[in-house]
Design a protein around this ligand. Sequence first.
Ligand code: CMC
Length: 391
Amino acid sequence: TGHFTYDPGYGSTASTKSAITYIDGDEGVLMYRGYPIEQLAQQSSFLEVAYLLLHGELPNKSQFSGFENDITHHTMMHESHKNFFQGFHHDAHPMAMLAASVASLSAFYHDDLNVDNPEDRKLAAIRLIAKMPTIAAACYRYSIGWPFRYPRNNLEYVTRFLHMMFEVPSEPLELSPTCAKALDLLFILHADHEQNASTSTVRLVGSTGANPYASIAAGITALWGPAHGGANEAVLKMLEEIGSPDKVENAVKRAKDKNDNFRLMGFGHRVYKNFDPRAKIIREMCHKVLAEMGVNDPLLDVAMKLEEAALKDDYFVERKLYPNVDFYSGIIYKALGIPTEMFTVMFAIARTAGWIAHWIEQHETPGSRIGRPRQLYVGAPKRDYASIDKR
Ligand code: CMC
């Protein structure tokens, strides 16, 4: 292997040191800044978690209200940013619109932005966390032909987002507290996950000194793939396709067949080889939310049957494939009225907190170098050019 270690997919390469998130894949442990995910899920809020990821400590009351104020101050999109959407065909995928729209923020905030200045980095973080729900809701409303809503800054983060998504003029939006609470919890669980594909992408782009909005937009595109954040959308489509519990057996059979490229979406993880602690929390919450909202979704029966069938199947047991964070999240999003194409956008809103925390950590770390993997060359040896009439 020459001078380099060959490690396809970076299964055993640590690309960086980081003090943000800790995962123990064998034990099913996930902690943000040392706080177990179970405690944060039960007691914290997404905005508090965002503060924790960025600053390393939980905020006290005045720090939190300062942070909330800053976020609230930056929720609006620039008026001309709105025109940007008009260029999309109405049925563009919301993730495509989100990625392009966030990248376009680098066209709004660039001249006076110095990535080496801590204040500028902080402002970029605030802007991103604040504007993401506004942009996300705009993607949705554009896709269904509804006018955009301004952020209602008297509401808190998640409720404000739900208003921008679903509010219709002159008709008050009836939101159950269960709905906002469930979404807040999903955002907490998705907020960070150390060096996953999208976060590593943000860091790689960030390592070149690129604008933070461009770096986060790159993360969004990486998240979109079905092997990563796109899995939540893929899970729901798969459950719908399976359709009823009696068809589950066949799906499991197909997933095991190496000549069939069908995989059980929402199953397996590069790091978790015991269980995904986020999936455990979401599974429980899924039953609770559906019961509280009086929703009876037959897809939940399909999901439960599928989980049961896979967990006792040798193929899945041997390979340590368990339901991951995306397996049950879609059923909850669906119960909240979020359309399937928006699921990965939900993930992106939450993960923005983690991405930007990593981007900041990278810029705060002295001696950070440009990311530049090596390769093992397997192409043609040296040969001589022949003119086209001699080929
Ligand atoms: N269904 C069927 N077989 C699977 C699955 C699955 N979902 N996942 C892995 N395998 C098999 C795979 O075929 C391989 O078998 P063999 O050793 O016989 O060749 C073995 O398990 C190891 O899989 P791998 O692809 O080498 O594992 P990886 O660590 O490279 O991939 C993964 C991890 C999450 C991409 C993969 O498990 C997968 O594609 N899962 C489905 C998509 C999904 O749910 N993604 C969300 C991940 S969690 C949230 C997030 O990151 O956003």
